[in-house]
Write a protein that binds this ligand. Structure first.
Ligand code: 4AD
Ligand code: MG
Length: 468
């Protein structure tokens, strides 16, 4: 076939080719001289291509003169060198077919710019906008880069379950899985729908993290990674939390916290490098239209070693900062977004890895450190913070010592019988091991400068929002 994408047709090599282009009309302009200019886009790249349609075309009056934003068309013609600014090529149409009309009276995506909030209501049409097209191309490139990075290092892509009975993070923010036949829902004594029926013997949930299952595979196969959807029923309306988000979780046997940090840093640097190389046009768009710090913050990740400081040092820095915080800091508290932003944007002006957090604010599985001089107990946790977004990666070295793990579980009132298989890994051939989780959407936010996490995933799931 002679089909070209708009991206292909915009290359100088396409000049002189007879080709078919297919896409959606963005604009139509008629000239007095008896021809029309169409801008069409097919999502293959940010730019449109200009189509010149001569009034000689048999369906010029009946079709071409009625085209408006949103109509879908196929055009056959010759790709020509263009005299216009900002475009190498254009097409001279010899034949044009309309596949679908879009009534200009009702088509929502008119030329004017719509707010991100408004576009969220049109989740079915927003991928046709420049912003969402660019977000999705970058998101796709990041996904490919993630696989490339781990595959090149011989990590095994491991599929962990979505439905699980174990609570990895222990934060109590899980979605319960029940079985309801919509036609015949089970009823309780009061005649209300009984949502507590368990298909799986005991309560099961949508996973918050594939880590615990990932540890099983890492302690057999060495290096693994998971990459899939994860779920958190946090009832918070923030610009960086979703109820359903994608997480990448590498897990390595014979790996301590410093190696884990090295991997996390190399990983972020690699993903950023790939996007900078392959998504130049989209990144320029984000820089110009969304956030003018995009280029600079990507260069920062690519070129400079990340800062690495302990949680304790970070608290001291924050206590001595001349900034006013809404949430006061003292040793033992969890850092808030404002603190993360202060550290990355004002103090270090670069990504920071914080490590060795208080044991009291971290999950049971993290490896316990010896107490410090003041008798404070920390665990080998690490968070990677980046400007604008804050925490982008959370990880740790895992507790591999059987007795210490059991003691930690008792402390957090976890039932060892429910985690017998996890404890077994410490009983039979235990090894030091580590891993981390990167939130894909936070990564897309960082790379694109998009301020709200709802706008970097095709269908955001947030409290009260699951229609389509
Ligand atoms: O810090 P978190 O909760 O760590 C874990 O789940 C570990 N089990 C990971 C591991 O060690 N294998 O989550 C990891 C990352 C966060 O740093 C953040 O980027 C993202 O997942 N994240 C969210 N992204 C969007 N919406 C939410 N509600 C998120 N919660 C966490
Ligand atoms: Mg975390």
């Amino acid at each position: 076939s002679d089909k070209l994408s708009v991206k292909q047709a915009r290359q100088a090599e396409a000049i002189g080719q007879q080709a078919t282009l297919q896409g959606w009309v963005r604009t139509r302009r008629d000239s007095k001289g008896g021809f029309s200019f169409l801008e069409i886009n097919d999502g293959s790249c940010l730019s449109n291509i200009q189509i010149i349609v001569d009034a000689d075309l048999p369906n010029y009056e009946s079709d071409v003169k009625r085209l408006s934003a949103g109509c879908s068309i196929s055009v056959r013609g010759e790709v020509k060198e263009s005299g216009g600014r900002g475009q190498a090529t254009e097409m001279l149409a010899k034949e044009l077919i309309v596949h679908g009309w879009a009534d200009p009276e009702s088509y929502p995506l008119q030329k004017k710019r719509h707010s991100m909030e408004k576009l969220r209501e049109w989740a079915h049409l927003r991928p046709r906008t420049n912003t969402f097209g660019a977000v999705m191309r970058v998101r796709n490139r990041i996904g490919r880069s993630i696989h490339d990075f781990f595959q090149e290092r011989d990590f095994l892509y491991t599929h962990t379950p979505i439905i699980t009975a174990s609570d990895c993070e222990g934060a109590g923010e899980m979605f319960r899985v029940t079985t309801i036949d919509p036609a015949m829902p089970p009823k309780d004594d009061k005649g209300e729908i009984d949502y507590t029926q368990d298909f799986f013997d005991r309560p099961s949930y949508l996973t918050v993290s594939g880590q615990l299952e990932g540890e099983i595979y890492a302690t057999a196969l060495g290096k693994i990674y998971t990459f899939g959807p994860t779920f958190r029923a946090e009832n918070s309306n923030t610009s960086r939390h979703l109820a359903e988000f994608w997480m990448v979780e590498p897990e390595m046997a014979f790996c301590e916290l410093t190696d884990n940090m090295d991997l996390a840093e190399a990983f972020l640097k690699r993903v950023v490098a790939d996007v900078r190389q392959d998504c130049e046009e989209d990144l320029q768009f984000f820089q110009d239209r969304i956030d003018d710090t995009v280029h600079e913050s990507l260069a920062n990740v690519a070129d400079k070693p990340f800062e690495r400081v302990t949680y304790t040092t970070a608290i001291e820095l924050l206590e001595n900062a001349d900034a006013k915080f809404e949430f006061p800091v003292k040793w033992g508290v969890d850092l808030q977004a404002e603190h993360e932003r202060y550290l990355t944007e004002q103090h270090f002006k670069s990504p920071v890895i914080l490590y060795d957090y208080p044991a009291t604010i971290k999950p049971f599985y993290m490896r316990v450190n010896d107490e410090d001089e003041q008798g404070r107990r920390t665990v080998r946790a690490m968070d990677v913070l980046v400007p604008r977004v804050g925490e982008i990666i959370g990880g740790s070295q895992r507790e591999e010592r059987l007795e210490v793990l059991e003691a930690r579980m008792a402390e957090q009132s976890l039932d060892p019988e429910e985690y017998w298989w996890y404890i077994d890994l410490r009983r039979y051939g235990t090894v030091p091991h580590s891993g981390f989780g990167l939130g894909l959407e936070r990564m897309v936010q960082f790379v694109t400068g998009m301020s709200n996490i709802r706008d970097v995933i095709p269908f955001p799931r947030t409290p009260g929002n699951a229609d389509f």
